[in-house]
Design a protein around this ligand. Structure first.
Ligand code: SF4
Length: 635
């Protein structure tokens, strides 16, 4: 991997490593699905030793895919595994350091002593790897930074980088370079910043970069897990960062591979196509890619400034829109009472062709092109949408309050003079919201360069992005939207999103409900607009103490109306509490049939029998004022 090789796809088994046959068979399912590396947990010496049996059986059956041993806390197991498998993964947060959530003050001398202690414990593994030609991943996790790193750097991207750099310096001092690094977090924003910062530090200190393994940890399952993973991994791949990827889902590992493949195929072949160049050599970067700062904008209606990004639903493919059609974008109409129920994930605007023949619910507004807008009665509810030439045409009537102006990446085709005129007008126009779009394949970079241009020119109009998909499958479209919109949101650029459905197959009816759900999922994953419960669930592995998929589904069924609450569902107490990052509540396997419940990092109910653990979690949420009754279910 690295150095121009294709981006490698990998996953991790969830079976008990001592169950040789089950692990071999699951590995084969992953390999057949396309995994190019398979990782297997080795929590202690006996599992590390059993990797030999697993490897032998796989080779006997004709599979020579490289195997990776996953190590936490146990250098002894790592040293055994490094003699057997092709690669070992160590977590610098717990290879030598321990995690007790303690704040420790170190003098510089004491800190240096700790680094020497790591050198003594880690160097033997480096030497074994060097001797056996074994590769190594130095895999930092945001959730499991050691107390030592946390005490000095805090819970930061910088702490993650330094945690890996300490190990990397030791490996380099032994002239060992067969290394890949990762900076995973369940929060895509932290993850993206940490990888960028790591590259920056490697270049500054060594003048070279090691390959990078990308992943979002504890991403969860289903649509949300895919969105979170695609945003984190895809944003970096769009930057040209990343050599191998793993999508961590709380699903069987072979289901991770198609998601990886859908992500990776966007970058194959990597040769530029027409329209790919950005012509941005003289662009100054007016923002830091290492920290989140939202682009400064003024407010136009409910868009920009401190408002959360808005969602615009594209209903332009509907011949006629009825109140029932708005259900798919979060507005439920009850004809008997003539009342609307508005969900937390209700779109703010719809784009359609004609004024509607019924009263609009709540604050919902409608975008219309010029002739249709002129015919609409209520100019507060109906909003004008202009393309750039129309916006520059002074003979056209416009709204005194709110006008949407569409700018295609090719807007410079209007001529340099017109482009400058457009920008100059927008800058002074406190009614204008910009809508960016591009037909080019490298849309994210195109639109990012337009945002950069706005910042450099001091243009503070709010701007939303229009993201279209021509992909045939909904899975590919979901990944496409997540990468293109998510990457821009992570850099603080968007004040709203509109996802367009131009599926390759024209017979597919409008996927309005799905697109609305994806739009809100992207905003949630980038933490720019919270509209639902957040689940941080581990993918499970050989340490898992209960059926994670079934339990996650059970917990989701009773808590998925708790907007903004973060619930972690973790398979084991060894890594779970460390890995559950900034969850508000944790449900962690602590023994066979036993669950320990957490409030933040604090244990509140120990070893609860699993049959009543979900009820106890609900009680815990109630005791902590994190519970509300589910109104939708009640209706
Ligand atoms: S938290 Fe989950 S994936 Fe991580 S070691 Fe424990 S069971 Fe395995």
């Amino acid at each position: 991997m690295g150095n121009g090789h294709p981006i490698r796809v990998q996953t991790m088994t969830t079976t008990d490593t001592m169950d040789t046959l089950a692990t071999v068979e699951q590995s084969i399912r992953c390999i057949e699905a396309g995994a190019e590396l398979v990782r297997i947990t080795a929590p202690s010496k006996k599992e590390a030793e059993n990797l030999q049996n697993i490897k032998d059986e796989l080779r006997r059956r004709g599979y020579d895919t490289p195997l990776v041993a996953d190590i936490h806390f146990t250098p002894n197991a790592a040293e055994i595994a490094a003699r057997i498998v092709e690669k070992v993964r160590v977590n610098p947060g717990n290879y030598v350091d321990k995690k007790k959530f303690e704040q420790i003050e170190y003098t510089d001398a004491e800190y240096a002593e700790e680094i020497e202690r790591i050198r003594d414990r880690f160097t033997p593994l480096v030497k074994i790897c060097k001797e056996h030609g074994t590769a190594m991943r130095i895999g930092t996790n945001h959730g499991s930074l050691s107390d030592r790193i946390m005490s000095r750097y805090g819970d930061t991207a910088m702490g993650m980088v330094e945690s890996a750099m300490e190990f990397l310096r030791i490996a380099r001092s032994e002239d060992y370079h067969n290394i890949v690094l990762s900076m995973k977090s369940s929060n895509p924003q932290v993850m993206v910043q940490a990888y960028r910062l790591l590259i920056n530090h490697m270049m500054e200190e060594f003048g070279e970069c090691y390959p990078l393994h990308l992943g979002v940890t504890e991403a969860g399952d289903g649509e949300d897990g895919r969105i979170k993973s695609a945003i984190g991994i895809g944003t970096l791949l769009e930057d040209g960062i990343g050599d191998t990827i793993r999508v961590s889902l709380t699903e069987d590992p072979e289901f991770e591979i198609p998601v990886c493949n859908d992500i990776v195929k966007r970058y194959s072949p990597p040769t530029p196509q027409r329209g790919d160049s950005n012509d941005s050599t003289d662009l100054k970067l007016p923002y830091s890619p290492f920290e989140y700062n939202r682009r400064e904008t003024f407010e136009v209606s409910n868009i920009g400034a401190k408002h959360v990004p808005v969602v615009i639903a594209d209903l332009s493919k509907y011949e006629k829109i009825t109140p029932e059609d708005l259900q798919s974008i979060g507005y439920n109409y009850y004809a008997a009472t003539d009342k609307w129920n508005i969900g937390d994930a209700a779109a703010d605007y719809i784009f359609c062709n004609q004024p509607l023949d019924f009263d609009l619910p709540g604050t919902l507004k409608v975008l219309l092109y010029h002739p249709a807008w002129l015919s609409a009665g209520d100019k507060e509810k109906y909003v004008l949408l202009l393309d750039a030439p129309q916006y520059l045409d002074d003979t056209l009537t416009r709204s005194a309050h709110l006008n949407f102006v569409m700018i295609d990446y090719s807007w410079d085709e209007y001529g340099k003079q017109k482009g400058d005129e457009l920008m100059a007008r927008l800058k002074e126009d406190k009614t204008a919201v910009i809508c960016f779009s591009t037909p080019n394949r490298n849309a994210m970079q195109n639109i990012r360069s337009m945002f950069v241009d706005l910042v450099n020119k001091g243009i503070k109009n709010p701007a939303i992005i229009i993201c279209d998909s021509n992909h045939n499958s909904t899975d590919e479209s979901l990944i496409h939207y997540s990468i293109e919109a998510g990457g821009l949101l992570l850099d603080g650029f968007c004040d709203g999103v509109c996802l367009g459905h131009h599926f390759g197959n024209k017979n597919i009816p409008p996927q309005t409900k799905l697109l609305n759900s994806i739009a809100f999922g992207i905003l949630q994953a980038t933490r720019t607009r919270i509209s639902k419960t957040e689940y941080i669930s581990c993918p499970s592995c050989g340490r898992t103490l209960f059926d994670l998929q079934e339990t996650t589904a059970k917990i989701r069924a009773v808590t998925n109306h708790l907007k903004g609450v973060k619930i972690a569902i973790m398979g084991c107490i060894v890594n779970g509490p460390g890995e559950m990052a900034d969850a508000d509540f944790g449900y962690v396997g602590s023994g066979p049939g036993k669950i320990t419940l957490y409030r933040g990092k604090e244990i509140v109910k120990r070893n609860v029998p699993s049959e009543v653990a979900v009820d106890e979690l609900v009680n815990l949420l109630k005791e902590n004022d994190a519970w509300v009754e589910n109104k939708i279910a009640a209706v």
